[in-house]
Ligand binder design. Structure first.
Ligand SMILES: Cc1cc2nc3c(=O)[nH]c(=O)nc-3n(C[C@H](O)[C@H](O)[C@H](O)COP(=O)(O)O)c2cc1C
Length: 191
């Protein structure tokens, strides 16, 4: 798979087969994130890999899924939920660029996982106090993002943004996703 093919497939997935994510995949994803570029090489990020059955279960109610959809369609039900999580944490007194670092590392993790057929969903709508308590994240550190992981049980396809300009993703009757992306010439200017 070349990088463009990897990027095309590396969509957001919100329903998963109930199979364990191989630990080697999680380790490789975190290793790639660890060695990635970051502002001033300050390396302000730490990661919690949530893989135990008990903790994975406890994470499920602490996440908000698919803002564009009614919960009965967008929220994974039991038997569809992710089977591992990575919680991304920004150290206390990190510089402003650290949020760029979060984005770079998050997509590095998503791409590495997808290169092994493991889908992901980056989640920013999360119950931070409860996740902090569950994982024992120090009070001074900032929980920034959760990455849900698992083998997807649906497809997701990029489609052009329609004449109405709407970018909300939508589902077909099998709850497969369609994700409108703006056209190349609408977002790129060569000067
Ligand atoms: C920073 C960030 C935060 C996100 N937070 C959530 C979230 O809380 N819940 C959710 O279901 N999806 C979340 N998403 C997934 C987006 O909805 C998704 O990336 C977008 O709809 C485009 O779909 P695609 O990733 O397949 O291109 C988030 C994505 C990013 C990059």
């Amino acid at each position: 798979m070349n990088l463009n093919e990897l990027m095309l497939g590396c969509r957001t997935y919100r329903r998963f087969l109930q199979e364990k994510v191989p630990e080697e995949v999680i380790r490789e994803a975190l290793e790639n994130a660890r060695i990635g570029s970051n502002g001033a090489n300050l390396q302000p990020l730490t990661y919690y890999a949530v893989t135990s059955e008990e903790k994975v279960k406890q994470m499920q109610p602490l996440l908000k899924w698919a803002k564009a959809l009614p919960p009965e369609l967008g929220t994974p039900k039991e038997g569809e939920q992710p089977t591992a999580f990575i919680v991304m944490v920004k150290k206390a007194n990190a510089i402003a660029f650290a949020d760029v670092d979060v984005g770079i590392a998050a997509h590095t993790i998503a791409l590495t996982a997808w290169s092994h057929g493991i889908g992901s969903c980056l989640l920013g709508s999360i119950n931070i106090p409860k996740i902090r308590e569950l994982l024992g994240v120090p009070e001074e550190d900032q929980i920034r993002l959760v990455i849900a992981l698992g083998k997807p049980s649906h497809t997701s396809t990029i489609v052009p943004v329609g004449a109405d300009g709407k970018t909300d993703y939508y589902l077909d009757e099998e709850r497969n996703y369609y994700v409108p992306k703006r056209a190349f010439d609408d977002v790129v200017t060569f000067v």
